[in-house]
Every structure is written in C-alpha cells, then in structure tokens.
Design a protein around this ligand. Structure first.
Ligand code: ADP
Length: 383
C-alpha cells in the first residue's frame, strides 16, 4: 500500500466514526482535518464543535481505535481542535437541513409524525406510558424524539434513566442549536434540563405563566436538533391549560393520545382534554387505558380502579367522522412502576411483563399506521 493509500484508508476509518451526540459520521460533519502516516505512525487531527464538548473523550478514543484498526498503522496520535465560529455556523446550517434558524421543523409538510400524549388529570401514568412508548418504538427501529412538555411536573428525565448520579444532564449547545441527550435510543429534551445545574439544589417548581411557557415549548420545537425523526412524542401536562393551547397552535397537525384510568371519575376530565386538542385541529387517534385490572397469582383479576373508563372516554370523544377507539389497556404492574423509579423502562428491562407487552403492542399499532394527510380533519369547514 502506498503512503497516500494508507492516508486515505485512515481518513475513511476516522470519517466513519459517529459523533455520539449528533449521531452522524465525523466526515459528514466536516470534523476531520489533516491526516499523515509516517512509517506506520498516524497523526490524525479532528475538530470538535465546542471546547469541553462532553463527548470529546469518547470521540477521541473512537478515532484512535478506528485509525489503529487500519492495517499498516502501528501507532496513532490524535490532535483535537475546535471549530472556528464560521465552521460552526456552516455545521449548524447543515444540521438544520437548510431551514432558517428558529423555523418550525414539524409543520404540516414534515414527514415526522407528532403524537401528543395527554390526560385529564395527573397521576394516571401518562409520563410512564409515554416514556415506555418512546423506548418501545425506538426498539422497533423507529427514530424517536421525546419532548417533556409537562413543565410543572416533568418526570421524563428520571423515567428515561437520565438522572442517575443525581443531576439532570444539561444539553450541549452549538451556538443556538441544542443537542438533546439520548437515552435508550430516544432523543430527549425536558424543561427539567434547564432548571438544575451540577451541584446546585433543584430550583423546584416552575412558576412560569403562559407567554414564558409558550416560548419554552416553541424553543423545544425549533432550537433542538432532533434530526430526521419518524415520530416525535410530547408528554403533555395534564388538563387543558396554557401548554395544551400553545401546543395546539404550534402543532395543529399533531395526533393526540388520551391516557385515562378505568375509573369513571377520571374520564370526564380526560374527555375535556381531548376536546381542547380537537378544537385546535389536532386529531385524536385513540385512548390508552392505564392501571387496568391486573391478574393476581391465583388467576383472579384485581380491578383497583374499576373498569370501563377507557371505553367511556373513547365513546365520548367519538364523532361520526372520527371514531375513537381504546388502543391499549395497560394493567397495573409493580414492575412497570419499579422500572420508572429506577430509570429502566419496563419494555426493555422486563419485556415479558404484561404492562410491557401491552405498551409494546401499542407501539406496534402506532408504527403500522403511518401519518398521512388523507382522512385528517381540516381546521376549517370547507364550503
Ligand atoms: P402522570 O404522568 O399521569 O402524572 P406518572 O407516569 O407520573 O403519571 O405515574 C404516576 C405513578 O403511577 C408513578 O409512580 C408510576 O410509576 C405509577 N404507574 C403508572 N402506571 C402504572 C401501572 N400501570 N401500574 C402501576 N403503577 C403505575
């Protein structure tokens, strides 16, 4: 092999290394600089987006390993530099895929299916279901993003195992583009990531009002680098408050899943939250009944929260044009709850658990129905 062939081979190997945050090969990100090989000694220069990039150590060692794997290379020296502001701007432009900064990537023309998961009241398991659904979809090879829009009760970082060690991770920034942390192959962004800093006590409850909340959700949609997503899930706050209305305005083409318990008392409020979503033009794609009967070891069913709430909500939300069905009934499960507490989603940790099976089936049903403009209710009445 000539020395220029060897340099090319090293360049190919290093270029194929993936940036763990951006999830693209370094060559595509224009991060590989000079490469020289002298008598088997390779010198590789790469540039990262920012100084102190959290992924730096990992990238450096992956690059070293990739270069060392090329036959003929005996030693590797990696020099790590930082992009110039111009190079960084070129990169963020490319990552935005030609869209202007602050433009909405999930508008009506987007190929990403947006699913907002809502409930009438808190504590029905909406966040637990959403986190597990995201992971179950990702496990099927679907590219998934997850926005924790439950500003006052954010729990997604913990459910996804992003808070082990105590701190919620702070997303890396490349200029005004934020890189969402990835957990179980899901890109996650949460208001919780902006409230705590390492070593500081949590700042506690979010006391923001409408306009601030609206801006936060808007920023999550426009300034977070999700890349090309098949599905974007939103964990909505319960009820019909400011965020529900903001999301309705920002994402009028979103699909809505309503989570309720089997208890009748829970269903009225669940119906109301579905109706608010529909008013903004969003489409209710189904009801998920959570905390349904579990089967005790002796085979008898335990209906802790009664039964029938899911079908009551579905019936109340159904119209002649838009029938709404119960898409899943997820039983009570201590394993599901423990997985949530430990940040190990049950669909991964215990896929045979009945709750995990029900959630995975829901993921399968959603994956099978593609988003399409046909059949979508229009936000106006045609004459
Ligand atoms: P929400 O987002 O609706 O407020 P959470 O997802 O935070 O609700 O769930 C509330 C509590 O109920 C959590 O402790 C969670 O672990 C538990 N939980 C949720 N679904 C189930 C279930 N099917 N079986 C047992 N516990 C559940």
């Amino acid at each position: 092999m000539t020395s220029s062939d060897l340099v090319d081979s090293v360049r190919r190997a290093v270029g194929a290394v993936t940036d763990p945050e951006l999830r693209r090969p370094l060559a595509e990100l224009d991060m590989v600089r000079d490469i020289a090989v002298d008598d088997g000694a390779a010198r590789v220069a790469i540039v990262l987006t920012i100084i102190g990039c959290p992924a730096a150590t990992r990238i450096e060692s992956d690059v070293r390993q990739a270069a060392a794997s090329v036959p003929g290379v005996r030693s590797v020296d990696v020099a790590v530099g930082v992009m110039t502001p111009d190079e960084r701007r070129a990169l963020t432009d490319r990552l935005r895929g030609g869209r202007a900064a602050r433009a909405m990537p999930f508008g009506p023309d987007s190929l990403t299916r947006v699913i907002a998961v809502t409930s009438g009241k808190g504590g029905v398991g909406k966040s637990t279901v959403t986190a597990n659904l995201a992971v179950a979809l990702a496990r099927r090879g679907i590219t998934v993003g997850l926005i924790d829009a439950d500003v006052h009760g954010y729990s997604i970082p913990a459910l996804m195992g992003l808070t082990r060690g105590g701190d919620v991770p702070t997303p890396t920034r490349i200029d005004d583009l934020m890189l969402p942390p990835v957990a179980h192959d899901v890109k996650v962004i949460s208001i919780g990531m902006f409230l705590r800093r390492a070593g500081e006590a949590p700042t506690g409850a979010v006391a923001w009002r409408g306009p601030m909340l609206h801006r936060t959700i808007q920023q999550f949609l426009t300034d977070v680098y999700f890349g090309d997503l098949d599905v974007l899930l939103l964990d909505m706050p319960p009820g019909t408050g400011d965020i529900a209305i903001s999301v309705g305005q920002l994402l009028p083409n979103a699909d809505v899943l309503v989570v309720t318990t089997p208890q009748s008392a829970a269903s009225d409020v669940a119906v109301r939250s579905g109706l608010v979503a529909r008013q903004t033009g969003q489409r209710i794609i189904g009801v998920v009944e959570n905390m349904a009967a579990m089967t005790l070891p002796d085979g008898t069913p335990l209906e802790l929260f009664g039964s029938g709430g899911g079908s009551e909500v579905a019936a109340a939300l159904s119209t002649d044009d838009e029938p709404v069905e119960v898409l899943a009934s997820i039983p009570l499960s201590a394993t599901l709850r423990e997985g949530g507490d430990a940040g190990e989603p049950v669909v991964l940790a215990h896929p045979d658990d009945p709750a995990a099976v029900a959630i995975d089936r829901l993921a399968g049903a959603l994956a099978a129905t593609r988003r399409g403009l046909a059949g979508r209710s229009l936000p106006f009445t045609p004459r």
